[in-house]
Design a protein around this ligand. Sequence first.
Ligand code: GS8
Length: 221
Amino acid sequence: MVKDEVVLVNFWSSPFGTRVKIALEEKGIPYEYKEEDLFNKSSFLSTINPVYNKVPVLIHNEKSICESMNIIEYIDEAWSDRVPSFLPSDPYQRAQARFWANFIDKELYEASRKIYRGKGEEEQESGKKEVLRILKLVEGELRDKAFFGGDNLGFVDISLIPFYSRFYSWETFGKFSIEEECPNLVAWAKRCLQKESVAKSLPDPIKIYEFLLYLNMYLAK
Ligand code: GS8
């Protein structure tokens, strides 16, 4: 059997890269981690992700795969012999999982940026409103399940949980409480954190906050 060579190219604070770390940990796939300096990108990055020049990129036996949720599906398929499966086997349930992961992808990151990068109070308020609207919709989908994936972490859990590291920043910049508005979702996040795969992959919320403060100063220059 050929030995798998797996490399994750990432930047520590990226919620997208955190998704990939969790998926690799969940399946118990050993990998090499390579930190990419996004303030001074390497030419290597443009060879492994020539279209977007962004992280994360997964390199499996010298072939690169881009876009985090695409990478999660790839991991699920390439290591289909390993549990857990991230996508359900039922076509309708699969479509639903993809729908919610796609919704999170399209909406959450951009809306949240308005809270900490907002140019003025009005934009910040609209960011807060949007983030809460998104989180409440997602919370509704959780219903009374332990995880979006049922009893185990699934596709939607993996897509959303990395953002939990940013809740502290959003709440501090925006002066509001997500737990007050979405208690079930925060309880879900705490359940996820009890999983080793999540606990060891999520960046420290305080470090994220300090990084976002720094980024605001850096971008204001
Ligand atoms: C998003 C990747 C992304 O934005 C995915 O993988 O799901 N849709 C993609 N990556 C950021 C780091 S996270 O903030 C990135 O690489 N930014 C560098 C840049 O924009 O130049």
